[in-house]
Each structure stands twice: as structure tokens, then as C-alpha cells.
Ligand binder design. Structure first.
Ligand SMILES: Cc1cc2nc3c(=O)[nH]c(=O)nc-3n(C[C@H](O)[C@H](O)[C@H](O)COP(=O)(O)OP(=O)(O)OC[C@H]3O[C@@H](n4cnc5c(N)ncnc54)[C@H](O)[C@@H]3O)c2cc1C
Length: 367
């Protein structure tokens, strides 16, 4: 049994943000991740202006990591299109680049990083594949993956799922996608596309399970069908998408917010709140929760966990509610039409909505 304190499980954006802040506050947290190699987790790779702000406060810059600068939002509903300026500049960056930089920053801030897959959590007892841990404070940051003993509730039927294609750089994609984030809406879901470092395109799709079944049940059949109905999407997919691996994730609990916890257990990132990915704000939520949890721990120790969880739930409520409303509207044909019409008639209203669906950066004591 290892007594490590504080223990952070999951070295994604949430866990790393907590590790950086805790390290800066003089603690020496142990950051545990199941993967020694930083992969490229399934994510749209869109970093909002709020995400960029929070990264800057952790000493990281998307521009310095080679991220693609994004200033326009283009919405598509089949052949119909509307475009508007984003309220502030955003970025496209792969999770491989982001997570690599965040882990390095956590180590530089005094955190230790080790590798073990956690199999179960029982109160504050953590059972890993290689060892057991008994911290006084546990920061649970396993993101999209639940750990036995601390699972999040799921919608009973027609859950949301995510697919992702990483498309290689081509001059045509650079011409079509440069400087913009695109959302292609279709009944039951949407496709988001953004360029990232090196010019590759991240094409990420979130949809209802039933919509995938309707489209033939396989990602290949779905993309072929979407390309047929949407010439703009077909142009972006090009003719090389069939050679690219399609990553998938199932049962994403969009809208979940952890409203309470027990002393010592701090839930972070997707384990604290899951904002519909249409908003492109999940990484920001992860960073904000990591920083806020570390701040509460620094001032109140393990006993501060319930106060942190309630405060974080309260700050996540508005962005999650707005993003959920947008996701539910956009997945219907009528809602998609209305979104495009609004973007054409009142772009500043849509830009204002996009700005409000962001989490407020937590106010932290200066370091
Ligand atoms: C389809 C889709 C598209 C998205 N697009 C965007 C976007 O464009 N922009 C945006 O801001 N957000 C987006 N998101 C949301 C974003 O990906 C998440 O909100 C974000 O990754 C949450 O960060 P996290 O640190 O909580 O978890 P994660 O990024 O999931 O990281 C969790 C870490 O924990 C580790 N881990 C997991 N289980 C264990 C275990 N048992 N033991 C040890 N380690 C473990 C993993 O290896 C990983 O390193 C999207 C989500 C989906 C589903």
C-alpha cells in the first residue's frame, strides 16, 4: 500500500492542470496515468479563447506549440452555409501536442509522474494494476473513462458517441479550412473540422447511436452517406479518408455535472462536468476544474473537496446548460435550419451565445 498525497489519477488536461497548480503551491503530487506514451485522445482539438487564456496562466501557449489560429465559425446544413467571426481568436491543436506539453509542465512544476492503470476506487482506496494507493486526497481525472466504484450515470437509451478521423495535410484542405472551425450539422449529430499543427485536419463527429444505426451502422457507411448529402463535407473528406483509421468512443454522458462529493475526493474534468462537445469547451472545463480544485486543496486540504465540487458545479451550470440546448437544437433538422438563419441574420447574437457557453476562468491567488 503506497501512501502518496495528493494523488491525481489521469494525466490529461484536468489532471495536469491540477498537478501544475499543486506543484506551484509547494505540494509534490503524484500524477498517475495508465499510458506511458502520450497518444492522441479522441477530441475535436478546438481550443477556445477561454482555453487559451487558462493555458497562458499555466505557462503554455497554443501558438508556441504550433497550433492553427482560428478566427471564423462556418456552419453548414447540407448545402446551406453561414459564416461569422468568433468573438476572440481560438486554436486547433492535437491532443498529442497539448497533453505532451502539459505533462512536461507538470513535471517542471514539481509533480511526479508514474504509470499504472487504476482498476477501482473505493472511498479513498485506489487499486491500480501495479500497486494500491491510500492517499488523503484523491483527484479523479480519468476523463472519458470511468473507474469502477466511481462511475457517472449514463442516459439509458440512444446515448451519444464520438468518431474521429485525422486527415493528412493537403493544399485543398488548407485552402478550404484555413483560419476556420466548421460545424456540419445533420439529423442526430454534427461533424466538426479544424486544422491543427502541421496542417493536418481533425474531423470529429458526435451523434446519437440511433443515427449511426440509421446510416448503416458503420463509420464508413455513415461518412459515405454524409458526403453524398453534403458536397462541402465531401470536399473536405477528399478521397483519402478511407485510408485513415477511425477512432470511436461510446456512451458520452453529455450534460453530466457532479454536484457533490465526499471529503478527500476531488472530481475533475469530464469526471466533474461533461459539456456537449459542439461547444468546444471540454478542455477549458478540465483546466478550470484542475486549477479550482488545487486552489481549494491548498487552502482547505482534503476537507475542502465538497466545497470545491459545489463551487465548480455552480460555475459549470450555465455553459453546460447553454451547450446542451445548442446540441439538442442542432441535432434536429428544424434546429439546424434555425441556427443557420440566425447566423445569417444576427451573427453577433450567435457569437455572443458562443461566448456565453464558456466556463469562467477561476480566480486564483497569484503565484
Ligand atoms: C467527440 C468529442 C469531441 C470533442 N471535442 C472537443 C474540442 O474540440 N474541444 C474541447 O475543448 N473539448 C472537446 N471535447 C471534450 C474533451 O475531449 C474533454 O472534455 C477533455 O478531454 C477532458 O479532459 P480530462 O483531463 O478530464 O480527461 P481526458 O482528456 O479523457 O484524460 C484522462 C486521462 O486519464 C487517463 N486514464 C483514464 N483512465 C485511467 C485509469 N483507469 N487509470 C489511469 N489513468 C487513466 C487517460 O489515459 C488520460 O490521460 C470533445 C469530446 C468528444 C467526446
Amino acid at each position: 500500500m503506497r501512501i502518496e498525497d495528493p494523488l491525481i489519477v489521469g494525466a490529461g488536461p484536468a489532471g495536469c492542470a491540477a498537478a501544475i497548480r499543486l506543484g506551484q503551491a509547494g505540494a509534490a503530487p503524484l500524477l498517475l496515468d495508465r499510458d506511458e506514451e502520450v497518444g492522441d485522445p479522441l477530441c475535436g482539438g478546438f481550443l477556445s479563447w477561454r482555453t487559451a487564456e487558462q493555458l497562458a496562466s499555466l505557462g503554455l501557449s497554443p501558438a508556441a506549440l504550433g497550433a492553427h489560429r482560428v478566427t471564423r465559425l462556418r456552419l453548414f446544413d447540407g448545402p446551406r452555409e453561414a459564416a461569422l467571426d468568433l468573438p476572440h481568436a481560438a486554436w486547433g491543436l492535437s491532443r498529442h501536442a497539448l497533453d505532451t506539453a502539459m505533462r512536461a509542465r507538470a513535471l517542471a512544476s514539481g509533480a511526479k509522474l508514474e504509470f499504472d492503470a487504476v482498476r477501482a476506487v473505493d472511498g479513498l482506496a485506489v487499486e491500480g494494476r501495479a500497486a494500491s494507493y491510500r492517499p488523503q486526497s484523491l483527484f479523479l481525472a480519468t476523463g472519458k473513462h470511468d473507474v469502477r466504484g466511481e462511475t457517472r450515470p449514463r442516459e439509458a437509451k440512444d446515448t451519444a458517441l464520438g468518431l474521429r478521423l485525422r486527415l493528412p495535410p493537403t493544399p485543398e484542405r488548407l485552402r478550404l479550412l484555413g483560419g476556420a472551425i466548421e460545424l456540419h450539422l445533420f439529423p442526430g449529430g454534427y461533424v466538426g473540422i479544424v486544422l491543427q499543427e502541421g496542417g493536418s485536419a481533425n474531423l470529429c463527429l458526435a451523434m446519437r447511436k440511433s443515427a449511426l444505426a440509421k446510416a448503416g451502422g458503420s463509420p464508413e457507411a455513415l461518412f459515405a452517406r454524409l458526403a453524398q448529402a453534403n458536397p462541402a463535407l465531401a470536399a473536405r473528406l477528399g478521397d483519402d479518408w478511407r485510408q485513415v483509421r477511425c477512432d470511436t468512443i461510446g456512451a458520452v454522458p453529455y450534460g453530466f455535472i457532479a454536484r457533490d462529493t465526499s471529503p478527500g475526493l476531488f472530481r475533475l474534468g469530464d469526471q466533474a462536468a461533461v459539456i456537449p462537445s459542439l461547444a468546444g469547451e471540454g478542455i477549458s472545463i478540465a483546466l478550470a476544474s484542475g486549477a479550482m480544485a488545487a486552489e481549494h486543496w491548498t487552502h482547505g486540504g482534503p476537507a475542502a473537496a465538497p466545497a470545491y465540487q459545489r463551487a465548480f458545479a455552480s460555475s459549470a451550470r450555465l455553459p453546460v446548460t447553454l451547450a446542451s440546448a445548442a446540441w439538442h437544437a442542432a441535432e434536429t433538422r428544424l434546429g439546424a435550419r434555425a441556427a443557420l438563419a440566425l447566423a445569417r441574420i444576427a451573427p453577433s447574437l450567435v457569437a455572443g451565445f458562443a461566448d456565453r457557453a464558456r466556463i469562467a476562468a477561476p480566480s486564483l491567488a497569484p503565484r
